[in-house]
Ligand binder design. Structure first.
Ligand code: SF4
Length: 681
């Protein structure tokens, strides 16, 4: 737990306060929500208008790109007009890439300047060369000379700085020494911090953004650990960059930002979406509110400390589990993708559910397990006599506590296919649970044990004694329950469960269940359900935990299924469609990102496993696209550059031809297949 006080409760990391104008970031301040304008910065009125629109929906800090010195000069007028319109309390941030001169101009006018260590006065030509220690030192001295004037001026004027590192846009010097890695990102930022500190300056905020939530999470964790080693307490700005739009963009942001917020990290956040910036704010606010509702009042002690944590938070590794063959072609285990389960409300609802789940729309995202509550013997009989052919691979029966293994035995004889019995574990029911274990063992079925934090040790003992060969485990923990009003949360409880199992050598697969208190569920918006499911499921998947998932907070089965697959895709745990990396756009953007992204998605969204980057400009170089297979990048107004990996293969092609040329390129590289005919139910 070297990077946070607790991974099991939300205990906020102590930081210094950084003042961005009148807005305090870090320390005891709430999580600040911010976004960025997308207009041309030199179109002052448009930029002021967008800034006001952002402030009116609750954005607390507004960032504006300053791609050159004339644009940086415009910040003066933008600041003046925004203040005159009654928004003097909204601080502005200049976003700088490459040009120290633009930063020196911008710092005169706005409350904060963001620099990217990967391209601020440092070489970034993707050159491969060996840097001797002497070469490296020489470059650091050059960096010192280039960055110091900005630090000194920021100190004189009382401005803040953000050292904003991006995965994929590291300097050649860093890339050659550390690679395009979280460690490289962290070292890159630390070099800038040390230079600033040598001038007695500490009004800095840090970010470590990446489009891949796993990389982003690891980079922030590593940054905090390294800062702690150097007694640095700078606040963090969290964000997943190039997350895209719609459900996918929100999910990626929630996985990366939400996971860190629940670890107590993060003082200001931006949810990047390829949509109008105002749509970012409600998402960011909801994430911030959820995290703040969990903040533990005592920042120094964990009330429910778990003494060990066997997960390496800096390197992804999937948890080792036993393999369970739940059905033909549907097993769970360490090398296998997590399986998707949906819940129906009752046995009576099964026929309608079966019809819905047979929809051709779910052809590429099939539901594998269907969970049905069994309250009584009458439900059992109804299930027995039901003639429904389920389109799923296996059936899960959620058993009420009073049902016995004897009552179930005859049913299991008559049911075709595999069954999973979901049974709550209570310490006083060891014999009962044993009878279920024997029952499923003798019929080749499976037992899913639902437990609570208090019962982990007893459950681990039970499984050690009686075997975990056909068992999977889940948690009866409501995600963000309004009842709990404490810093404990389902994510922490799952982590504690994993720890108890690992300590006891139990390798049973884990089923991540997203459940909510039934009283609040109807009032929960879809956004809220999406964010909560992404935070819990995505964070665990990024920890390498999770073999089955169910999002039971969403009653619409098609929506719940799509959401499950989208969360799996966002966490990189199971790929079911094309992966899009799309920048959110800004004043540098060279084409309409929203319509272009939608158009390209319509043409290429069926290419499962292909990763496409759509970038408004090449400011950060092809590295910004990180590991995309193909890139569609603004090269000049009306002109597009196409990339294969990080190599530009077609320059300045007219935008009108670019879609076709992109598709031709995908075909040339053997990654194209024709879409299936449109689906109608
Ligand atoms: S990649 Fe997109 S968001 Fe980034 S600077 Fe270029 S246009 Fe702006």
């Amino acid at each position: 737990m070297s990077y946070c006080i607790s991974r099991f409760q939300t205990i906020r990391r102590l930081t210094n306060e950084v003042k961005v104008g009148s807005v305090g970031v870090g320390a005891n301040n709430p999580i600040r929500v911010q976004s960025m304008t997308t207009s041309d910065t030199q179109d002052v009125d448009a930029t002021v208008k967008q800034s006001i629109a952002l402030a009116e929906v609750g954005c607390e800090i507004v960032r504006i790109t300053a791609p050159n010195v004339p644009a940086a000069r415009c910040l003066k007028e933008i600041r003046t007009k925004l203040s005159a319109a009654g928004f003097g309390h909204i601080p502005l941030v200049a976003d700088i890439h490459f040009l120290p001169q633009a930063a020196m101009e911008a710092v005169e006018h706005v409350e904060k300047v963001r620099v990217n260590p990967g391209n601020y006065a440092d070489k970034k030509k993707f050159a491969v060369r060996e840097y001797t220690d002497a070469d490296y030192e020489l470059e650091l001295e050059r960096l010192y000379d280039a960055f110091s004037p900005l630090v000194k001026r920021a100190k004189e004027l009382g401005r803040a700085l953000r050292v904003g590192t991006n995965h994929g846009s590291l300097s050649d010097r860093i890339m050659n020494r550390y690679g395009d890695t979280p460690l490289g990102m962290v070292e890159s930022a630390l070099e800038f911090l040390r230079i600033a500190e040598s001038h007695g300056y500490n009004q800095m905020i840090l970010s470590m953004k990446a489009s891949n939530p796993k990389v982003m999470i690891e980079a922030y964790r590593l940054l905090v650990e390294r800062m702690q080693q150097e007694a640095m307490r700078y606040p963090l700005h969290l964000g997943v960059t190039e997350a895209g739009d719609g459900e996918d963009g929100r999910i990626k942001g929630a996985i990366g930002i939400g996971s860190l917020l629940l670890d107590g990290l993060g003082d200001t956040i931006r949810v990047s979406l390829t949509e109008d910036s105002v749509y970012e704010i409600p998402v960011a606010q909801a994430l911030a509110d959820k995290a703040m509702s969990l903040w533990h009042p005592d920042q120094t002690t964990a009330a429910n400390a778990v003494s060990s944590d066997s997960i390496d938070p800096f390197h992804f590794a999937k948890r080792e589990t036993t393999t369970l063959a739940l059905a033909d072609g549907c097993a769970v285990g360490p090398e296998l993708p997590p399986r998707v389960i949906v819940r129906v409300s009752s046995v009576a609802a099964l026929p309608e559910a079966a019809a819905q789940l047979a929809s051709p729309r779910l052809k590429d995202t099939p539901v594998e397990g269907i969970l049905v509550p069994i309250h009584s013997a009458a439900d059992l009989s109804a299930l027995q006599s039901a003639t429904v052919a389920l389109p799923t691979k296996f059936l899960v029966l959620e058993l009420a506590p009073q049902l016995t293994a004897n009552e179930l035995a005859p049913l299991l004889s008559n049911v075709r296919g595999k069954i999973v019995l979901l049974r709550a574990f209570a310490e006083d029911s060891i014999d009962t649970l044993k009878s279920f274990l024997n029952l499923v063992g003798s019929r080749g079925h499976f037992l899913a044990v639902s437990t609570t934090a208090k019962k982990f040790p007893a459950l681990a003992n039970f499984l050690k004694q009686f075997g975990d060969g056909n068992v999977m485990i889940s948690l009866a923990a409501e995600n963000f329950s309004p009842k709990s009003n404490s810093s404990t949360h389902a994510l922490g409880e799952y982590r504690a469960l994993v720890e108890a199992l690992n300590t006891a050598g139990i390798r049973a697969p884990i089923w991540i269940r997203n459940t909510a208190h039934t009283a609040v569920q109807p009032h929960n918006s879809f956004l809220s359900k999406l964010l909560e499911a992404s935070i819990l499921t995505g964070s665990l998947l990024c920890d390498g935990v999770g073999d089955l998932i169910s999002i039971e907070t969403e009653a619409d089965l098609l929506r719940a299924t799509k959401l499950s697959y989208n969360v799996l895709q966002g966490a990189g745990a199971r790929i079911s469609k094309t992966e899009f990396v799309a920048c959110p756009s800004c004043g540098r953007t060279l084409f309409d990102l929203q319509t272009t992204t939608q158009r390209i998605r319509e043409k290429t969204g069926h290419l499962k496993g292909v990763k496409l980057a759509i970038m408004g400009c090449i400011v950060n170089g092809p590295g910004e696209m990180a590991d995309a297979d193909f890139g569609y990048v603004g090269g000049a107004p009306g002109k597009i550059n196409l990339y294969v990996g990080k190599t530009c293969v077609q320059y300045n092609i007219p935008q009108t031809d670019a879609d076709d040329r992109l598709i031709a390129l995908i075909k040339e590289h053997g990654k194209w297949f024709d879409p299936e005919p449109a689906v109608t139910d």
